[in-house]
Design a protein around this ligand. Sequence first.
Ligand code: SDX
Length: 431
Amino acid sequence: MSERKATLNIEGQGPVDFPIMSPTHGNDCIDIRTLGGKTGLFTYDSGFLSTASCKSKITFIDGDKGELLYRGYPIEQLAENCNFLEVAYLLKNGELPNASQKTAFEDTIKNHTMVHEQLAKFFSGFRRDAHPMAVMVGVVGALSAFYHEAMDFSDAEHRSISFNRIIAKMPTIVAMAYKYTTGQPFMYPRNDLDYTANFMHMMFGTPCETYKPNPVLVRALDIIFTLHADHEQNASTSTVRLAGSSGANPFACISAGIACLWGPAHGGANEACLQMLEEIGDVSRVGEYIARAKDKNDSFKLMGFGHRVYKNFDPRAKLMRQVCNDVLKELGLENDRLFKLAMELEKIALEDPYFVEKKLYPNVDFYSGIVQKALGIPTSMFTCIFALARTVGWMTQWEEMITDPEYKIGRPRQLYIGAAKRDVAPLASRK
Ligand code: SDX
């Protein structure tokens, strides 16, 4: 780390120095961990716009360059040259697998794809029209009730088997959440299929015939998983880290991450974006919605646009648009109404001074809804797909947090603006 320092001059107190930490890439950080002890002051940063919550080696985002690196590799190269399980191996272990490591990891995951038969009974407690994300929060959180034998997370082997179990079981549970809404029977995993083809079999197959996955569509969905695998300290990942910092088991932490991801400002945006496109309906109405998005008195936001970090194009959005194009072409849907509407909306928004000035560009959610709809995935399942993929990132970030020598329970302070200290008046005298 560099020897540079930041000096804070506080009225009534002498100057106080704080070390500046320099990263591999990205912003230097002022180490303010001793600020409270040295000055009695806290920092205030609601929404954490200028706060680094941890050190991490996993993912780096350059918002100005529109760059996303998983363990140093650009997302564009990973999406083109690797499959999702290779990326999962990379995120977990820090290096891409060689051929034998890849085969061994794929076989390990295959042998954990089934869920306990008792877990299937959890679904029947939900109404058939329950939102699948509500089901996911409940069922994933319950997983910890099934694995008492591997819950010492100071043991690397217990962490590894938990990682493998949840990465392997998420597709099975997501597919079960979907099947439950349709009234169709749950489909067991098939070990003759690879990870993403197996997921599509469990989603769209039935016991009445052998599901034949379309390799173009499987590859498209596999790339979508890669694009969603991790994204440094976003809201749901920060939720998983904070929950894990108390020592909660990883299944409960992932359940908390799923709950946070569900919000329309975060992972729920792909579902909200498709609903928005359906509501706009026609290119002739785009102007009306652009005006609403710019209207301070209107809470409407252009779903799938904007990002806390990317102030240039979200690199995932570019890749997602290409995947969308490939899928629609494979399915003969090149003239898909919503895709054409989305591209027109993107073109108009990117030329509008408001969006240019506020640096609002399409994010990963803008095209993902259109391509998932074309793949036959219902809108209500979009965020479940996001959660399936992001579970790799959540588990990797969770493990980095609990193995960090500086790790301690996360406990932020506050700026208290409530009532000043006062005495309780007797009931009879209260007005
Ligand atoms: C994800 O963090 C991650 O990495 C998340 C994610 C991941 O992989 O984990 O990338 C996944 O969550 C992508 C984002 C999906 N959400 C949406 O598409 C919902 C629509 N977008 C917005 O809600 C918003 O852009 C956020 C939540 C994504 C970012 O919000 P910020 O950084 O807090 O920015 P902001 O809301 O303060 O916006 C800055 C300005 C505001 O105007 P002013 O107050 O400065 O006048 O831009 C405006 C906002 O009103 N603005 C928008 C807008 N997004 C921001 N105006 C219209 N339409 C939008 N979409």
